[in-house]
Design a protein around this ligand. Structure first.
Ligand code: ZN
Length: 152
């Protein structure tokens, strides 16, 4: 029988993501983006106040290994927050030019922000995501909880 994540986990992860977004917004003294936790994974949507999206895989990750999960959640939020800063300074292409969105310069800038904020190198982030994803696929049901655009 495959597992479902508990309500307690959902609440803890939502709070951890919200706290991280608030801390980064205060640190950089900018308006907070809305937060989305869902199946479309980690990405930033440059629209209105901004949508900072992280993967709902982080819910099972949290139950598998909380310390490792905290590292990757923080890292992902910081990376997407890097795109939020780019959006606010007008460096991101508009939503309608989404095909232009992948830009190695903007990506490496977001990675640098994540690495310096968490002290976790990108290689360690990827290794943890791979490790916990394998366990998640074996042990958890496919359908995971989601959080729609929320003010934090
Ligand atoms: Zn990115």
């Amino acid at each position: 029988m495959k597992k479902r994540v508990s309500v307690e986990t959902v609440n803890e992860v939502n709070k951890f993501v919200a706290d991280t977004v608030r801390e980064l917004s205060a640190k950089y003294n900018v308006k907070k983006p809305l937060v989305v936790i869902g199946r479309f994974g980690c990405q930033y949507v440059p629209y209105e106040e901004g949508r900072l999206c992280v993967s709902n895989r982080f819910y099972p990750f949290w139950e598998i290994d909380k310390e490792k999960a905290k590292k990757v959640v923080k890292w992902s939020v910081a990376h997407e927050f890097g795109h939020h800063l780019q959006y606010l300074r007008g460096a991101l292409p508009s939503l309608f030019d989404i095909h232009l969105m992948f830009n190695p310069k903007l990506e490496s800038e977001a990675n640098e922000l994540a690495e310096s904020y968490t002290n976790v190198p990108a290689s360690e982030y990827s290794a943890i995501v791979d490790e916990l994803s394998k366990i998640m696929k074996k042990e958890y049901v496919k359908k995971l909880p989601e959080l729609e655009a929320t003010e934090v």
